[in-house]
Design a protein around this ligand. Structure first.
Ligand SMILES: [Zn+2]
Length: 193
């Protein structure tokens, strides 16, 4: 695909995040995403490492994050080549809407550790660690479905040894998803689907 087509696709799909569900369904069916229910709003190629996972490197972790920014700002940050940061998915607080920004075969820059980035899929949740109201039931539910889907496709055990918070990455100075994140509830939902 040539670069102009990629850029046009980015503009269309980033805009799609703000359209009604019936219209978004069209954007989600373009085949760009690894998770069929996700829309596609690609990160800048300057913000992740192209790879051929899992053939090049196994994927055995899911790393959960909280954005400390709005959903729209987060997608914009990932699309900005100056930011040098990305995650595979962003989940919106109010309705659990999911957009994918990095293909799962590629290495996102979200864990602050090259080793953990290479091994993992990163999922960002819209909100702030000290504002639990952002952690809606719908967001838990939709994110858990996404996480279960990722785990099943990559053969990742659905347990806390393999589904971790950013704070659990060795050497991390990040606290997300933070003490307000309900791990028990989330893991119950992941294992229910
Ligand atoms: Zn994080």
């Amino acid at each position: 695909m040539d670069r102009r087509r990629i850029l046009q696709g980015a503009a269309v799909c980033a805009a799609a995040a703000f359209l009604p569900a019936s219209v978004r369904a069209v954007a989600a069916s373009t085949g760009e995403t690894d998770y069929p229910q996700a829309s596609w709003a690609p990160a800048s190629p300057s913000n992740y490492t192209e790879a051929e996972r899992p053939s090049s490197r196994p994927v055995d972790l899911v790393v959960l994050h909280v954005t400390q920014a709005t959903f729209g700002d987060t997608v914009g940050i990932f699309a900005n080549p100056a930011k040098k940061v990305s995650a595979h998915y962003v989940v919106r607080s109010a309705d659990g809407y999911i957009t994918q920004c990095v293909r799962e075969k590629d290495i996102g820059w979200h864990a602050g550790s090259w080793e953990y980035n290479t091994r993992s899929i990163g999922i960002e949740h819209e909100g702030w660690v000290d504002q639990p109201a952002y952690f809606t039931h719908t967001m838990y539910e939709r994110s858990a479905r996404l996480t279960a889907h990722v785990c099943e496709r990559h053969g990742i055990p659905k347990d806390r040894a393999h589904i971790i918070g950013h704070h659990q990455v060795p050497g991390s100075d990040h606290t997300d998803p933070g003490s307000n994140w309900d791990w028990e509830r989330f893991m119950r939902l992941v294992n229910r689907v």
